[in-house]
Write a protein that binds this ligand. Structure first.
Ligand SMILES: Cc1cc2nc3c(=O)[nH]c(=O)nc-3n(C[C@H](O)[C@H](O)[C@H](O)COP(=O)(O)OP(=O)(O)OC[C@H]3O[C@@H](n4cnc5c(N)ncnc54)[C@H](O)[C@@H]3O)c2cc1C
Length: 207
């Protein structure tokens, strides 16, 4: 929203077009012609493709391989409202890369001192056959993964109990893309995940 407000203030309220997507582009003598899903074709001097890991702009000039699930990491994420751990704003990391978990609050505490807590559990599996499930962000039942964390019990935290109270769980395989030789095609350039998607961990993705 910060970016959106800046753009309409500096350019024009009509500078942002909703409800349509870039489907491709053609290079033209004076720049580029950008095709939209509503059938419009917009002439432009430059095109920056910042359209994420499934980028249509990248797909126009780079051979699009399926997203890679490389290392076999699967994450399950969810939230629950409860008392934050330790200092009240602590980030807690448990286990190993093979079997681990992180937990941290994502809201200030309310009057009852409960906060919205984000948890992420992770396992690494043999991934020779790639990702066989549908989608990258599926809601799944707790029984499908909670048992991996049965031993995560401490005098200050009981992970099985915590997972049992959570609102929902979504399953994410860690995905990235193989590098492309260039991020630039004349007046067209890629930015962000469209150009150089990385595993979303350790804040390297958004960074
Ligand atoms: C579940 C999950 C957890 C993550 N956790 C972390 C984390 O903890 N730390 C971290 O650093 N990173 C994390 N990431 C990665 C991070 O979200 C990305 O690296 C980052 O959002 C990439 O920014 P971006 O602007 O390049 O692309 P995006 O944020 O994907 O934005 C792309 C935009 O383009 C739009 N778009 C897509 N296609 C089109 C089209 N054809 N035409 C027009 N618009 C289009 C989309 O609607 C979207 O608004 C996570 C990602 C996921 C999925």
């Amino acid at each position: 929203m910060l970016l959106y407000r800046e753009v309409i203030e500096r350019l024009d309220p009509d500078a942002v077009q909703f409800g349509t997507k870039v489907t491709g582009y053609e290079r033209a003598a004076a720049g580029v012609r950008v095709a939209l899903s509503n059938g419009e074709v917009i002439p432009a001097r430059i095109l920056i493709g910042a359209d994420g890991i499934h980028s249509k702009v990248r797909g126009r000039y780079a051979r699009m391989m399926p997203p890679s699930t490389g290392g076999g990491m699967i994450l399950w994420r969810g939230t629950l409202r409860t008392k934050p751990l330790r200092t009240g704003s602590s980030f807690v990391g448990l286990g190993t890369h093979q079997l681990g978990m992180v937990i941290y609050p994502i809201s200030p505490p309310d009057a009852d001192r409960n906060a919205l807590i984000n948890w992420i559990t992770e396992i690494t599996v043999d991934n020779q056959e790639g990702w066989q499930q549908d989608g990258w962000f599926r809601e799944v039942p707790f029984e499908s993964f909670a048992h991996y964390f049965d031993s995560f019990k401490y005098d200050w935290l009981n992970v099985p109990d915590m997972l049992a109270q959570a609102d929902c769980a979504s399953e994410n395989p860690m995905i990235d893309r193989d590098p492309v030789p260039t991020w630039v095609d004349g007046p067209v350039a890629l930015l962000g995940d469209a150009a150089y998607a990385m595993y979303p961990r350790g804040s390297n993705g958004a960074g």
